[in-house]
Ligand binder design. Structure first.
Ligand code: CDP
Length: 234
């Protein structure tokens, strides 16, 4: 690898392995990895804890008024070799992965003011390049000039199966059917919201990893990075 640093934007559907790929790619390149979904999950956890979600829906105006009181940061966890998410200084890495957060995050992430606040932080994190960030709007809104944009997908059944196995391994009690429903529901909300809907950037390369191993998708992405950083005109 040369010393040239780029921005890698990884977008795609729920539970298709974006964070696995992004984390491994960042480690391989010596880049920073940022999980932008963790930020929306942390805002959702804050809203749940502070009674800002009633009958399953976020109280938009109240949540917007609370935004200045919500601080989201990351702290490297050497044991896991990845960053933990902190909400107002508290480590919430485990809590934000719980199904209750997954079930409420997409309506929270659809609020324009929430997105504006998160995007500002995300853009600051990438100002020196050398970053891999995954999410839904990274290549379209956060870093429209990212040198490499990857749009990931896999079949809904395979995605639900992977997320089910992941949660089961963590000892979280879930059923396959509820996970499948959540994955499809989030895709629907993420793709149809007004602000920054999930969509492939025109210049993104598609990675359907339905039948790929984590190592195969990593090799695929490394090849794409190499094609960019070895280009004469880069
Ligand atoms: O479960 P998965 O890893 O696929 O999702 P995530 O990356 O943790 O993101 C959780 C949710 O946050 C998504 O379903 C979106 O509603 C929202 N999100 C977003 O709107 N924009 C982003 N850049 C990242 C996540």
């Amino acid at each position: 690898m040369t010393g040239k640093k780029i921005i890698v934007a990884v977008d795609g559907h729920s539970s298709c392995g974006k964070s696995t790929l992004s984390q491994q790619l960042a480690a391989k390149l010596g880049y920073t990895y940022i999980d932008s979904g963790a930020m929306y999950r942390a805002v959702t956890l804050y809203a749940l804890k502070n009674g800002l979600i009633l009958s399953g829906k976020p109280d938009k105006n109240k949540l917007i008024a609370h935004l200045p009181s919500i601080s989201i940061t990351f702290r490297y966890n050497p044991a896991e070799q990845k960053s933990d998410t902190l909400l107002n200084g508290e480590n919430v890495e485990k809590a934000i992965r719980e199904p209750i957060v997954s079930n409420h995050v997409s309506p929270v992430a659809a609020i324009k003011e929430v997105r504006n606040a998160m995007v500002k932080i995300q853009q600051k994190l990438g100002r020196n390049k050398g970053i891999v960030m995954d999410g839904r709007d990274i290549g379209t809104v956060v870093y429209p000039h990212a040198e490499l944009k990857i749009f990931m997908t896999a079949s809904p059944d395979i995605r639900a199966r992977r997320r089910y196995d992941e949660l089961k391994n963590k000892g979280i009690e879930v059923t396959y059917d509820e996970i499948r429903q959540n994955v499809e529901q989030r895709d629907h909300i993420d793709q149809n919201r007004e602000t920054s809907p999930l969509k492939k950037a025109d210049d993104a390369v598609v990675l359907d990893n339905s039948h790929m191993t984590p190592d195969e998708q990593l090799q695929w992405a490394i090849k794409k990075v190499n094609e960019i950083i070895t280009k004469d005109d880069y």
